[in-house]
Design a protein around this ligand. Structure first.
Ligand SMILES: [Zn+2]
Length: 336
């Protein structure tokens, strides 16, 4: 290797094995290169891409690789165009698979961000088992059915019995933009309905710093395709919620005894729920259905209507959930 005099070569402190049979260089910047001296069998056995890339000269032209034609420290040298920290993480996992399971533990709140580097490399180097494990872990953060959504919210409220109910609910899910970009890039669209829904409930005026007492989004990291999905989808979600809730209150009383009272309640819902959402520019429709259903015991609405409205609100909540994929124009999973 004949690096420019300005480039600093740094041997990785824990991934430069004296008995390693190959050195991999990963540029940290134009001035700094991280060197890993490893055992090529580890990489070749875990990745077909590495197997091709690292095929060492073994006497026959067929087995030699055009990639391995330089030497460093007495062994072949290979260059990789990756993030050095992500590459070190990948090597740590290959040398000690228990590290992967530590990373997949549920203690991490911001899962998609913590795992995206390792996922990118395992995707690039076709390491299907690592990819599948990370994909499954990120998917665990997000419900795919309305029952799972309700259970997650309930579990969070049980977990935070001393907190305000609204705050406990707010922190059920991780930051959604990272999850959305992860799912878009790595073909896990199953989590997108819940992640987009959660994003639509967030206040756009709160920027992500990781230290908020309220949930916040990494708004600036949303791709242009997902910005369009978000804006159009949120608009459809809000309009569908208003139409559906008011539609339930519009259904006539079977005994014609409380139509006037229900009309008054309908106005209350508009004033207290939807006008406020219109001002603050964010709402949580699924929570609205739950709150309306819990507070339906109006003394002036007949018992039959109270029961029917509660039942219809549950039905409409389920319908809304099923429509999320259409509202946000979300893709189906691609065959792998
Ligand atoms: Zn009635």
């Amino acid at each position: 290797m004949s690096p420019s005099l300005d480039v600093t070569l740094k041997r990785h402190p824990s991934l430069y094995f004296e008995d390693g049979d190959i050195v991999i260089s990963v540029a940290a910047s134009a001035e700094s290169v991280q060197l890993f001296r490893v055992h090529h069998i580890f990489l070749a056995n875990s990745s077909p891409v590495f197997r091709d890339m690292l095929s060492l000269p073994a006497g026959t032209e067929k087995e030699s690789s055009a990639h391995v034609n330089e030497q460093y420290d007495g062994v072949p040298l290979v260059h990789c165009q990756d993030d050095p920290d992500d590459f070190a993480e990948l090597l740590h996992v290959l040398y000690d698979p228990s590290m992967l399971y530590t990373m997949l533990e549920p203690v991490y709140y911001d899962t998609a961000t913590v795992l995206v580097g390792l996922m990118s490399l395992s995707d690039k180097y076709c390491m299907d088992k690592i990819k599948a494990a990370i994909g499954a872990r990120v998917m665990k953060d997000w419900p795919t059915t309305i029952d799972q959504y309700d259970n997650a919210a309930q579990a969070c409220m049980n977990y935070h019995p001393g907190r305000l109910l609204s705050m406990a609910w707010d922190f059920v899910f991780p930051e959604p933009v990272a999850a959305i970009e992860f799912a878009t890039k790595f073909n896990t669209p199953e989590i997108l309905p819940a992640a987009f829904y959660h994003l639509a409930t967030l206040d756009t005026s709160i920027k992500w710093t990781g230290m908020e007492y309220k949930p916040a989004g990494r708004w600036s990291e949303l791709s242009s395709q997902n910005v369009a999905r978000f804006i159009i989808g949120r608009d459809k979600l809000y309009k569908a919620t208003v139409a559906s809730v008011l539609g339930v209150f519009d259904e006539p009383c079977e005994y014609a005894v409380c139509d006037t009272a229900r009309a008054v309640r309908r106005q209350d819902v508009i004033a207290t729920t939807f006008l406020e959402a219109n001002v603050t520019q964010h709402m949580d429709p699924l929570r609205i259905y739950n709150q309306l259903r819990e507070n339906i015991g109006f003394s002036d609405v007949c018992v039959d209507c109270q029961f029917r409205i509660a039942h219809r609100l549950s039905e409409e909540k389920g319908v809304l959930w099923e429509c999320l994929k259409v509202f946000f124009d979300l893709p189906n999973p691609q065959p792998t």
